[in-house]
Design a protein around this ligand. Structure first.
Ligand code: BGC
Length: 246
């Protein structure tokens, strides 16, 4: 099945048509910059531009950086509080003229990794964390997703953990890999103690550089980098758009 997958990130929407049987992108990704925070109308216009770019008429799946329930935004970390209560599926369906499914962005990345990447064929419990502007999470048991976990918001010193440990903090504070991985690893250890996953997959931009920092993680659980890197969000969104949420 061919589905247009779109990933909404902190600074841009990125999309490409995906073959959901193979997990392959069928064309080069198209990227449209957005402001931060990004008002709903601007994100809708960006999604329309992506659909037009591919002259798209079929189903669309979108990964959104917040809690999504029955098409509506319930909570979000970084995109702007204007979004809370918005029916994102309706908004993007009107903008693109296509049938749209919206799920959490980390859940989307998790679906892609479980189907085509580092979690493929893995039974038992798997925790995927994405480290980018925020920290996203996706939790699986025997391949089934428990949606909308928000483990980036476990409180640390009264604030969401992602405010201290997301990958964006490394850039903002000019941390070395060792310094950043020390803090991030401590946070993952906390989650490990609460969830006892059997495999941890780390995604997001920093996963492509795992050689530089995985050595500083001190975890009891096996930890592996994501395989689809920055394509996971698009591929997983497309899977959700095809009805393949598990
Ligand atoms: C949001 C999550 C999202 C993560 C990664 C967090 O701030 O609350 O829903 O998955 O960022 O984008």
């Amino acid at each position: 099945m061919r589905i247009l997958g779109i990933d909404i990130g902190g600074s841009a929407l990125k999309g490409a048509p995906v073959d959901t049987r193979t997990g392959r992108l069928l064309a080069e990704r198209h990227r449209v910059e957005i402001e931060s925070p990004c008002p709903p109308a601007q994100a809708a216009a960006a999604a329309r531009e992506i659909a037009r770019h591919f002259r798209w008429r079929g189903p669309v799946g979108i990964g959104f950086p917040g809690v999504m329930q029955r098409g509506r935004v319930k909570f979000l970390g970084n995109l702007g509080q204007e979004w809370v209560g918005v029916n994102a599926e309706k908004l993007f369906a009107r903008a693109t003229g296509c049938g749209v499914t919206v799920i959490n962005d980390a859940d989307a990345a998790g679906l892609a990794e479980m189907r085509f990447g580092a979690g493929r064929g893995h039974r038992g419990s798997v925790l995927l964390l994405t480290a980018g502007t925020g920290i996203g999470s996706a939790l699986f048991h025997d391949g089934r997703l428990f949606p909308n976990t928000e483990f980036g918001h476990v409180p640390v010193r009264g604030r969401s953990g992602e405010k201290f440990f997301a990958a964006a903090v490394k850039t903002r504070r000019h941390l070395t890999w060792k310094q950043w991985a020390g803090g991030f690893g401590g946070y993952v250890r906390l989650l490990e103690r609460l969830l006892w996953p059997e495999l941890i997959i780390i995604g997001g931009g920093v996963s492509a550089k795992s050689g530089k920092w995985f050595k500083y993680l001190r975890l009891r659980t096996r930890v592996v980098p994501a395989k689809l890197h920055n394509e996971a969000g698009i591929v997983g969104a497309a899977l959700a758009g095809s009805g393949g949420r598990r």
